[in-house]
Write a protein of this length. Structure first.
Length: 346
């Protein structure tokens, strides 16, 4: 099998000739021109590109981008100006330093923006970009985050969100309702578009919500919209990269096909054996903890094979990936992972 055939077998719940191993484009891109990658492609490594099949357009919203330096670090500020006020966010070296939402008025402005956002299909653009990828590239349509995760991850940040949900509940729920209307439109577009597997980039960790909030804000979204996508022949993978144990029962009820970026302890709190026991039929696209890459190659290989035995003793429903922090010693460690996975060949 080539890489894409392996991935298709994995998505189908069938046994590929070798358990797949991939890396996110945004992690790989920093050293993409290094020839050290070539041998890894030949041994089965793939690169995943998350591409949209929809376009967004804002009405009556002015976007102002500013790039500058602060204490020698690259900074970016984005201002969103509307008839009801403006909000802004800043990033330092690509990481969010100040989020858009800090006050009730900020929520009112963001709700206005959400209500003045239109979505249209861009299927041809997606197909052209997917066709231009190299043989070891995998194109994946992006489903976007569900409304609450968008507020938490993109607009407010974890610390602010926890306080806002208590202190600004009315404003949070109004923005949630506006984003829900947008998510409904995105689902309609994505359902009719190309691609079999969809990435729902939730960036979920159970510690931020807990079971009650999961049942209130996430599970109903999944139960309403994911069956529509299944009816269109799609598979849905949710990016659950954090601690999941407290919501394991709720996650078991969700109509999710694949848990993506599933990370064992210490970052996560479920081993692959525990995850397989909790969700026996789910596909796992599991992130290998960045600290594991620092192990001697023989120990790293043994760890990978142990995780294979825990989650996929029959070689099915499991793939590995680099989806979080980039391993600094990738030239030595990632080939060791590929060597271990070659031992899983059918």
């Amino acid at each position: 099998m080539n890489l894409r055939e392996r991935i298709e077998a994995f998505w189908s719940g069938e046994r590929p000739d070798q358990i797949p191993y991939t890396i996110y484009w945004n992690e790989w891109r920093h050293t993409a021109d290094d020839p050290a990658w070539r041998a890894m492609y030949e041994h089965g490594l793939g690169v995943t590109w998350y591409l949209r099949t929809f376009e967004t357009r804002l009405r009556d919203v002015e976007i102002i981008e500013e790039n500058y330096a602060e204490a020698g670090k690259p900074m970016r500020r984005q201002i969103r100006r509307t008839p009801v006020g403006e909000i802004h966010a800043t990033w330092e070296s690509g990481w969010n330093k100040k989020y858009f939402l800090e006050t009730p008025q900020d929520y009112r402005v963001m709700t206005y923006i959400a209500e003045h956002t239109d979505f249209t299909p861009c299927y041809e653009d997606y197909l052209a970009r997917a066709a231009a990828l190299p043989p070891w590239g995998i194109a994946i349509p992006e489903l976007w985050r569900t409304p609450l995760q968008q507020i938490l991850v993109d607009f407010a940040g974890l610390e602010n969100f926890c306080r806002h949900l208590s202190e600004y509940e009315t404003e949070v729920r109004r923005l949630y309702a506006a984003l829900l209307r947008n998510f409904r439109r995105i689902v309609e577009i994505v359902a009719q578009g190309p691609g079999r597997y969809l990435s729902n980039l939730e960036n979920f960790t159970a510690d931020t919500l807990g079971p009650r909030r999961y049942e209130e804000f996430l599970l109903p979204i999944y139960e309403e919209f994911f069956p529509m996508l299944h009816a269109a022949g799609k598979l849905i993978g949710c990016h659950y990269d954090g601690r999941l144990a407290s919501c394991r029962k709720q996650i078991a009820r969700a109509p999710i096909d694949l848990v993506e970026s599933l990370t064992p302890p210490p970052e996560g709190d479920m081993t692959l054996a525990e995850a397989r026991a909790a969700w026996p039929d789910r596909l796992f696209w599991s992130n290998i903890n960045v600290g594991c890459y620092e192990l001697p190659p023989a120990e790293l290989k043994a760890l990978v094979l142990k995780r294979v035995a825990e989650a996929a003793p029959d070689g099915r429903r499991l793939a590995f990936e680099v989806s979080e922090q980039y391993p600094a010693n990738w030239k030595e460690s990632m080939p060791a992972v590929l060597e271990a996975l070659q031992e899983t060949r059918a």
